[in-house]
Design a protein around this ligand. Structure first.
Ligand code: GCU
Length: 429
């Protein structure tokens, strides 16, 4: 009781003093109120075995941790549907003033046109002479929003009204075109020799509590449109992450793309999604989390900014039913988020925070990256290789990259510049 009281007053005080009123009120934003906590050791199995080498990690501990995250956090997702089909909807060879070939591809998950589907938008650099690496990420607002090109299909799915005021009755209008371009510097990505693949997360599941009824969770459930989800079944983040794997299935068939060099990335809730996709699916060569926060890269046990109870209250559809047990009980979680990052080892992972994004607990994101290091070291990799947390705008790291950007909760050109450099370094370009 006493601790609760301290957290609340601490938050008000900090908000008052530093003017961080854009941070939801009532949370702890005071480092002094972070309780003493003990993180689960990623190298110690529930049976007490200590993992000392990469083989032990890959064969025993990694599968064990994937299972725990599935059962207790994100829920279990189905395999790739056998009948899944790809259909090229459009190809424009002189997109963006001739710099790119642009494709739109429908992924029919059950192979049927009256079944669930996702529309992938793909930009390929025309200057490439050999298969190129690619960035893959879901968008918040639809394929038509990441580019101003007027002939990209306008999403006909459920859309939420965000900034710009272009959505009518939860449907996109032409005025929505280009509304998210600041997050997707397509031309810069192409100029650096990368392809970009993206899809709208609402194609997989519209992002509201009842959205599952219009998404893959209902459509792929054996009981049809009215499933009762067992407590370890996939939540919306699980469904979105599953969609990223299906996009990669497609990229594996796309000759101009080197599918062994696909970096999956996401911002915020879609950063949580990218991490879970990359943790589960070892085909992703690099995983990038932009301001993913609680349920993403941030350590839950720090109880700083957003907490498990906040997630479960505001977004009951994101996580598994079992995750509800951990509202206010972070110490009871059998895992913490450094272990999610560790599941990506030895593949490179990048965690980015922003100074004003206290809700996402920048320091908790850094400490999770740091605490994933022992697993990278099993593979002879230094991991992050630095301590303490770097000052703002100083990217650091090795197989684990990290930066704390000055500014707000956003995906910016600065963030992308670091991701492009990180990918160049790890793809030896
Ligand atoms: C909310 C939510 C976060 C999430 C963010 C976003 O702030 O509490 O967990 O990351 O939305 O996706 O923008």
């Amino acid at each position: 009781m006493k601790q609760k009281f301290c957290l609340a007053t601490g938050a008000l005080l900090i908000a008052g003093v530093t003017g961080i009123l854009s941070q939801p009120a009532g949370a702890n934003y005071d480092e002094a109120n972070v309780p003493v906590y003990t993180l689960p050791d990623p190298l110690v199995c529930p049976d007490g075995t200590v993992v000392t080498n990469a083989v032990g990690w890959q064969e025993k501990r990694r599968p064990e941790l994937v299972r725990l995250f599935e059962e207790q956090v994100y829920g279990r997702a189905p395999e790739r549907p056998r009948a899944m089909r790809f259909e090229t909807i459009s190809v424009v060879t002189n997109a963006l003033g001739g710099r790119a070939t642009r494709k739109e591809v429908a992924i029919w998950f059950t192979g049927k046109k009256d079944g669930p589907s996702m529309n992938l938008l793909l930009y390929l650099p025309n200057a490439a002479r050999q298969p190129v690496p690619a960035f893959l990420g879901l968008s918040f607002n639809g394929n038509h929003a990441i580019t101003s090109e007027p002939d990209v299909r306008l999403s006909d799915r459920w859309l939420v009204e965000r900034k710009g005021g272009c959505v009518t009755n939860n449907r996109a209008t032409d005025a929505c075109r280009g509304s998210e371009t600041s997050r997707w510097p397509v031309e810069k990505i192409l100029a650096r020799g990368y392809a970009l693949a993206t899809a709208y997360y609402g194609d997989l599941e519209p992002d509201f509590a009842e959205g599952w009824k219009q998404g893959v969770r209902a459509a792929l459930s054996p009981t049809g449109a009215n499933p009762t989800f067992p407590p370890d079944a996939w939540g919306a983040i699980g469904a979105w992450a599953w969609g990223l794997s299906r996009a990669l299935d497609y990229l594996e068939t796309e000759r101009p793309v080197n599918a062994n060099h696909v970096a999956v990335l996401g911002h915020s809730r879609l950063g949580k999604t990218a991490l879970w996709a990359g943790a589960r699916d070892e085909r992703f060569a690099i995983v990038i989390s932009n301001d993913s926060g609680e349920g993403g890269a941030a350590l839950a046990r720090r109880r700083f900014g957003e907490r498990t109870a906040d997630l479960n209250r505001a977004f009951p559809h994101w996580f598994s039913g079992n995750f509800k047990k951990y509202s206010g009980r972070e110490d009871d979680l059998p895992v913490d988020q450094h272990e999610l990052l560790a599941l990506i080892a030895p593949r490179p992972v990048y965690v980015a925070s922003a100074t004003e994004d206290l809700w996402a607990d920048p320091r908790g994101e850094f400490l999770a990256a740091k605490a994933a290091e022992p697993v990278y070291q099993l593979f002879g990799q230094p991991g992050l290789g630095v301590n303490p947390q770097p000052a703002a705008d100083q990217p650091v790291g090795d197989a684990i990259g990290y930066h704390l950007r000055s500014g707000k909760h956003e995906l910016t050109d600065y963030d992308w510049a670091q991701y492009l450099n990180f990918a160049d370094r790890h793809f030896h370009r």
